[in-house]
Write a protein that binds this ligand. Structure first.
Ligand SMILES: *[C@@H]1O[C@H](CO)[C@@H](O)[C@H](O)[C@H]1NC(C)=O
Ligand SMILES: *[C@@H]1O[C@H](CO)[C@@H](O)[C@H](O)[C@H]1NC(C)=O
Ligand SMILES: *[C@@H]1O[C@H](CO)[C@@H](O)[C@H](O)[C@H]1NC(C)=O
Length: 221
């Protein structure tokens, strides 16, 4: 009898349990689809640190928070993250998504003519590889005006244009994360590609812009 009572008392608590995220992360609810590994809930956080333009370093920031480098799936998620974020007005955040080495080669061959590569290396296919299988990148692609969109690698001489390096790592403009004095989003913003070595760039591999935060994602606790 008493064990029945306990069962009766604890059941509602079990079913009403809200998923929680660790400190620094915000819970987002998602529509499960094949493109986000049927994810219903995900924890997203933006973590500030120097030189997140260096992809390995940005990745390590997420790993230290038991998460992987991630990205927002919708405008609503960005607004939630924006409200939760205590970041200053830095310009860019590193997000998941990196051009595959095979595709970088193809774009280096084609880039001088600014032509989109079809097939495997088209953005609709496997141009970018993602570490976070639980987020659908379609929304971020909709923010990407063109790609790759950084041309420091260009060197032209009279006859032969050639390219040294292609920017292959995705970043998100933090206009999304900036709140105005009235607490509302300031509006626009887009996604872009940048070089992946951050401030450690060199002659062979150009420096990226300064990117001082990274999106990390993980399952709820
Ligand atoms: C974000 O904050 C603004 C202003 O405080 C509020 O109006 C809005 O509903 C919040 N959005 C979300 C998704 O929490
Ligand atoms: C997809 O989701 C399942 C269930 O949550 C998880 O176990 C699996 O690791 C996920 N797949 C990938 C590739 O992350
Ligand atoms: C232009 O660059 C190509 C590739 O490096 C080289 O083969 C060619 O000689 C250069 N042409 C001139 C006019 O410098």
């Amino acid at each position: 009898m008493s064990s029945l009572l306990i069962l009766f008392l604890t059941l509602p608590a079990v079913f009403s349990t809200e998923s929680k995220c660790p400190e620094g992360f915000t819970l987002v609810k998602r529509t499960p689809t094949a493109k986000n590994n049927f994810t219903k809930e995900w924890c997203l956080g933006v973590f500030g640190s120097e030189d997140c333009g260096n992809r390995d370093y940005a990745r390590s920031i997420c790993n230290n928070n038991k998460a992987s480098i991630s990205l927002p799936e919708s405008r609503e998620e960005l607004q939630l993250i924006s409200n939760a974020s205590r970041l200053s007005h830095d310009v860019y955040s590193a997000i998941d998504g990196q051009m595959s080495p095979r595709c970088i080669k193809k774009y280096i061959q084609k880039f001088y003519s600014f032509k989109t590569v079809e097939g495997e290396c088209n953005i609709k296919n496997q141009l970018f590889t993602f570490e976070d299988a639980n987020t659908d990148p379609t929304f971020v692609f909709s923010l990407l005006p063109n790609y790759p969109n950084k041309g420091d690698g260009h060197r032209f001489n009279d006859t032969t244009p050639f390219v040294r390096a292609i920017s292959g790592c995705l970043k998100l403009s933090q206009y999304w994360l900036v709140k105005t004095s009235t607490g509302h989003m300031s509006g626009g913003g887009d996604a872009r590609t940048d070089y992946c070595m951050g401030q450690q760039g060199n002659d062979q591999y150009p420096k990226s812009d300064e990117i001082r935060s990274v999106f990390c994602g993980r399952p709820p606790l």
